[in-house]
Design a binder for this molecule. Structure first.
Ligand code: PGA
Length: 243
């Protein structure tokens, strides 16, 4: 399957500068068509403008959604609203949401169902803490999160899994290739052959080729290195050619 390189801008990006990065990304992809599918998940405030600037060259995604379609939930954004703004994807259960907003696996599952209801593809994030890895619990944690965060009804079309070890996010630390391969093989056994499994956590142009070359790594979820089009393009160029 074609790899997916997804950029997660987190809470970064303001009007004109963000617009320029989207334009640069579009121009770079047009000049050098990638082997991989590309996705950008900017802040919700930028989705409509980014969608316009991308001109269909790549899709846009949200970074979170509420489980309900509408209602008295001040400050929240629904999957339907993301769709309305031009998104076709949404990340759910990112560790920063789980940690800072106390989202449980059940909350994440409800958000994934909301994504499907709105016609969005959900990227469901899972991953262990440093303590859990040191204690040898990584595979158990990943199994438990997959079971509880991914609702029944998940298909390769409506769901992508992102394995993101929490201790690797934004730290510059990554697991060894053998460690990544072990977890991805474990996830593969659970989710089956057709479902994309992304790796996330300190993916950069310098390590992308090695990580994206691993079996059962079907792409990457990229934070810091997705903010600048030139870095992101270099990373996209490292995607493995798979049919
Ligand atoms: P990072 O973030 O690439 O900056 O480590 C990845 C993520 O949180 O999705």
């Amino acid at each position: 399957m074609r790899q997916l390189i997804a950029g997660n801008w987190k809470m970064n990006g303001l009007g004109q500068a963000a617009f320029a990065e989207i334009e640069a990304l579009r121009a770079g992809l047009a000049a050098d068509p990638p082997h991989a599918d590309v996705l950008v998940c900017p802040p919700a405030t930028l989705i409509a403008r980014a969608h316009w600037a991308a001109k269909g060259a790549f899709p846009l995604g949200g970074q979170d959604c509420h489980a309900q379609a509408s209602g008295a939930f001040t400050g929240d954004v629904s999957a339907e609203m993301l769709k309305d703004a031009g998104a076709t994807w949404v990340i759910v259960g990112h560790s920063e949401r789980r940690q800072y907003h106390h989202e449980s696996d059940a909350d994440v599952a409800a958000k994934a169902r909301a994504a499907w209801r709105a016609g969005l593809t959900a990227i469901v994030c899972i991953g262990e803490t440093e303590r859990e890895r040191m204690d040898g619990h990584t595979l158990d944690v990943v199994s438990r999160q997959l079971g509880a965060s991914v609702p029944d009804g998940a298909t390769p079309q409506n769901t992508v899994i992102a394995y993101e070890p929490i201790w690797a996010i934004g730290t510059g630390k990554t697991p060894t290739s053998a460690e990544i391969a072990e977890v991805h093989a474990h996830i593969r056994k659970i989710v089956g052959a057709g479902t994309r499994i992304l790796y996330g956590g300190s993916v950069k142009p310098s390590n992308a080729k090695e990580i994206l070359g691993l079996a059962d790594v079907d792409g990457a979820l990229v934070g810091g290195a997705s903010l600048k089009a030139q870095d992101f393009l270099a990373l996209i160029a490292a995607a493995a050619e798979r049919s």
